[in-house]
Design a binder for this molecule. Structure first.
Ligand code: F6R
Length: 432
């Protein structure tokens, strides 16, 4: 039997006898062997019936790893839900017909002249990526606000500002408080509240005018991974919707942008498949460090922050996420041979400047790990270790650049013998 496996969840629905750590084939308990093109880190477990318990680790050693590997399927699920399969452009109409299934009040999108995003932690970082798309693609001025700061320092009210609250749990106290504050202060103002959450039945949904679900399925690991990926998909679709409505993008350009989104699951699978062993090597080399830095520019500054957050919460390593340029203004003094630096260096507008930052890091003696889709020497020769991504447009690169960082955080945490699914001092949802 030979088949191309499209996702981890597809094959995990059958009973698997046992497999070693990295595998291209699976032996089912009924004796059949399934050859795959994916090499996956299955840990020895006999799966009796993976469908029986939605919280089953399905052969993975930890939920966090399972959830990282579910990301291609999460993107597929979100796109299937949000893309209209029968979309025809209708470009001549006054309001072009939307390619997306949003089911939002028409005025919510039509009226927005500014957007503010409120969120915490990983959801805040999804907001930062979205800010880039909403401003650089759709041309809508956007602010991302830390929900925990919103109540004590509420921003001045402005009309036609769409507030988007993002929270995977829908129950984060700081985000709910920010929504409540926004609601109570904005009476008499033309303003809408939109929620993006993985829990459509949550307190958030009850507090906003409309909700866009992220459809990532239950996330058990405390460290958010697949819910972040799903938030990015929803935000990308929303930014494209705004850009199309405002005629910043033509129907043909939107079609191309949608095709690029549809290519993402296979590209994420390629990263998972090809970079696992590099990540293992990097993790082994740096598992004992005390400090680490993640650098990114432009849209990948948000991913640098997210990568550092993942490292901090799962490995307890002191990790700093910085914009590549800003890091030169003082923090670079902390570098030496014991402080590895991870540089996110996608091709595109920040390529040269990120390379220059990486070079500076290297000359200051820090071990350098590159996450890049550029493979030609001499540029990549400066990296001590390199995670190579498939070719990708810079605007979409966060969907890929975050994956090696999630895997690295996971792998180092395991190497340090930590409880990766339940890190100390934090809970999945901060309700107080
Ligand atoms: C990071 C993490 C936290 C949450 C933050 C917000 O992995 O899990 O930083 O992202 O507490 O949680 P939600 O999205 O539920 O509001």
């Amino acid at each position: 039997m030979s088949a191309y496996i499209r996702s981890v969840s597809t094959y995990c629905r059958r009973s698997i006898a046992a497999k070693p750590l990295l595998t291209n084939s699976l032996r089912y308990s009924d004796g059949a062997v399934l050859e795959t093109t994916l090499r996956l880190p299955l840990i020895l477990h006999t799966i009796q019936n993976a469908d029986a318990d939605p919280h089953d680790r399905q052969g993975f050693a930890h939920f966090m790893l399972k959830e990282i590997y579910e990301q291609p399927e999460v993107v597929r699920t979100c796109l299937a839900a949000y893309l209209k399969p029968d979309w025809t452009t209708g470009e001549q109409a006054e309001i072009p017909s939307s390619p997306f299934n949003f089911s939002l009040p028409a005025a919510m999108l039509a009226d927005a002249t500014q957007i503010q995003i409120v969120a915490c932690g990983t959801s805040y970082h999804a907001g930062l990526v979205a800010q880039h798309w909403l401003e650089q693609l759709a041309g809508i001025p956007t602010r991302v606000r830390s929900a925990s700061e919103f109540v004590s320092a509420p921003p001045p009210l402005t009309t036609n500002t769409l507030t988007i609250a993002v929270t995977q749990s829908g129950e984060t106290a700081d985000t709910l408080a920010a929504v409540k504050a926004r609601r109570s202060r904005s009476e008499g103002f033309q303003s809408w509240l939109l929620g993006i959450t993985n829990q459509p039945e949550s307190s958030l949904s009850a507090a906003v005018d409309a909700t866009l679900p992220t459809l990532a399925g239950t996330e058990v690991g405390v460290a958010a991974t697949k819910t972040f990926m799903a938030q990015l998909v929803v935000f990308r679709c929303l930014a494209l919707e705004f850009a199309y409505r405002r005629r910043v993008l033509s129907a043909q350009q939107v079609q191309q942008a949608i095709a690029a989104l549809q290519a993402l699951p296979d590209q994420i699978e390629a990263v998972l498949q090809q970079e696992y062993e590099t990540i293992q090597t990097v993790a082994q080399t740096f598992a004992a460090v005390h400090d680490c830095v993640v650098l990114g520019r432009g849209i990948n500054r948000a991913i640098a922050l997210e990568g550092a957050l993942k490292l901090k919460e799962t490995t307890y390593i002191h990790a700093e996420g910085y914009a590549g340029g800003e890091f030169m203004h003082g923090p670079i003094a902390m570098l030496d041979a014991n402080v590895p630096v991870i540089a996110i260096v996608p091709s595109g507008s920040v390529y040269e400047s990120m390379l220059a930052n990486a070079q500076k890091v290297k000359t200051n003696g820090a071990p350098l790990i590159g996450i890049t889709n550029v493979t030609e020497p001499p540029d990549c020769a400066m990296f001590d270790y390199q995670c190579t991504l498939p070719p990708i447009d810079e605007q979409l690169s966060p969907f890929l650049t975050v994956v090696p960082l999630q895997l690295l955080a996971y792998t180092i945490a395991v190497q340090r013998g930590l409880d990766v699914d339940r890190p100390r001092n934090i809970t999945k949802t901060l309700t107080s």
